[in-house]
Design a protein around this ligand. Structure first.
Ligand code: SF4
Ligand code: SF4
Length: 91
């Protein structure tokens, strides 16, 4: 089994103040599956106790998985602007 945390420690992030993924939280509040919670390899989505999720884009790996698994159309997804986002494999 691959330890993803070991691999992520070689990643670097340049975070834009403008999020590159926007969540329509109204859709999340009635989402039973909340597939984003288990699908995101960076754990950018965390459960709210009562319903829905909280999202933090800063550690996003730009894999697009959340956009694919969200079946409620809650996400507006794009890559970060040029120069921002994740860079991989920095030792
Ligand atoms: S799967 Fe989509 S609608 Fe459901 S909680 Fe996650 S982002 Fe929100
Ligand atoms: S694009 Fe990938 S890493 Fe970024 S929030 Fe979605 S699932 Fe997580």
């Amino acid at each position: 089994m691959v330890d993803i945390s070991m691999r992520l420690k070689f990643s670097r992030y340049r975070v834009d103040r403008e999020p590159h993924i926007r969540v329509n939280y109204a859709n999340c509040r009635t989402c039973k599956q909340r597939a984003c919670l288990t699908a995101c390899p960076a754990q950018c989505y965390l459960p709210r106790q009562e319903d829905g999720v909280v999202f933090n884009y800063e550690a996003c790996l730009e894999c697009g998985t959340c956009y694919i698994v969200c079946d409620r159309g809650a996400l507006a997804w794009e890559y970060p602007k040029g120069g921002y986002g994740v860079s991989f494999r920095f030792a």
